[in-house]
Design a protein around this ligand. Structure first.
Ligand code: PLP
Length: 366
């Protein structure tokens, strides 16, 4: 007798590795490894969450109607065409699970979000990796991967872990050249960090096209990563199909009300975006000064910066050095980025402190 056997494609999945929050020797330090909001969470969202400490015995609203209404009002979209999930991670899994199965192909970019590969393999589909163009999304490379087995294309814009961004014209070109029966998933986890003129047109495409799903999250600019609220917007037919495999109760009622307050607190979002653009620019300028030590900041429009190391000090050495100085960042050799560190933009103090530590590590102040 043998033990229950996992499906072979399940054992092909490399487990997701979350950002660390402690050093290897257990010290608590500045966590700049998971792209969380350094300004915390909107006070209104905290208050909404706290109001639910006394009604824990009831199931939450399974249709998340109030949350969908709030999201729809904020984005000028139809609440009936919004799906939601336990983080946008679940929405990404729903997309793969609804539209792909064993033998089908799902395309994403080489330095793409780690969940795409897990979502693909989980349903027995085949991951097809499109080469990058200097770390960024290459629309032509994606299109060259399309076959009659392609069912889904995942594109994060801005992308994680690279921070790179494809303008509206490139997203439109990708969509126009994809077969109509291929679902284009535009993962907008960092869309709120973009300046209005950098809107990639994804929501408008999802409104009008029959094969576009936009996903969004409350985990990043809204500072609600702990509450696991994500959503997606697509045609009524796509949303209707995806709902069939959704877990009935995605997140708590406290999480729903916190998310409603968060989406309505536009002051907090604006402050968070302004903080990020100021310190992202400062950070990239500081990395540019370390060019002769082999460091480079890959152009980012997200709330983190990918820094590559091609000099005497390697990314691995800098990763450990930063940890010794009290900063946890993300080193991603498992994603083919052994030469890079992904560093979240923190508070002013954290950001300045990290650059000071990095300058010491590469010997820039010697
Ligand atoms: C952080 C992130 C997500 C989602 O996170 P959830 O917390 O599950 O909503 C999705 N896509 C990308 C590219 C991300 O970086």
């Amino acid at each position: 007798m043998t033990a229950p056997q996992p499906k072979p494609w399940i054992m092909d999945i490399a487990p997701y590795i979350p950002g660390k929050s402690k050093t290897d020797d257990g010290r608590k330090v500045a966590k700049l490894s998971s792209n969380e909001n350094p300004l915390g969470t909107s006070e209104a969202a905290r208050a909404a969450f706290a109001r639910h400490a006394h009604d824990l015995e009831r199931y939450p609203d399974a249709s998340a109607a109030d949350l969908r209404d709030a999201i729809a009002a904020a984005n000028g979209i139809d609440p009936a065409r919004i799906i939601y999930g336990t983080g946008s991670d679940e929405v990404l899994h729903l997309a793969a699970g609804t539209f792909a199965g064993p033998g089908d192909e799902i395309i994403f970019v080489k330095y793409g979000f780690a969940v795409y590969e897990i979502a693909t393999r989980r349903v027995g589909a085949v991951p097809v990796i499109a080469p990058d163009k200097d770390y960024a999304t290459d629309v032509d490379a994606i299109l060259a991967c399309v076959t009659d087995k392609t069912r889904v294309v995942f594109v994060a814009n801005p992308n994680n872990p690279t921070g790179t961004y494809s303008p509206k014209s490139e997203i439109a070109r990708l969509h126009a050249a994809l077969p109509e029966d291929v679902l284009l998933v535009l993962d907008h986890a960092y869309a709120e960090y973009l300046a209005p003129e950098d809107d990639d047109g994804g929501l408008e495409l999802a409104r009008t096209a029959s094969n576009v799903l936009v996903t969004r999250t409350f985990s990043k600019i809204y500072g609600l990563a702990a509450e696991r609220v994500g959503w997606g917007y697509a045609s009524a037919d796509i949303i209707n199909a995806m709902h069939r495999i959704r877990a009935p109760f995605s997140f708590s009622i406290a999480a729903q009300d916190a998310a409603i307050a968060a989406v309505q607190d536009t002051d907090f979002v604006t402050r968070s975006r302004d903080h990020n653009s100021k310190w992202l620019r400062w950070f990239a300028d500081e990395i540019a000064k370390l060019g002769n030590a082999g460091l480079r900041a890959v152009p980012s429009k997200a709330n983190f910066q990918l820094v590559t190391f091609e000099g005497a000090v390697t990314a691995e050495a800098a990763y450990h050095g930063l940890m010794d100085h009290g900063f946890i960042v993300r080193w991603l050799p498992g994603q083919g980025l052994g030469n890079g560190l992904r560093i979240t933009i923190g508070t002013e103090e954290e950001t300045r402190g990290l650059i000071a530590a990095l300058r010491k590590i590469v010997g820039a102040d010697a």
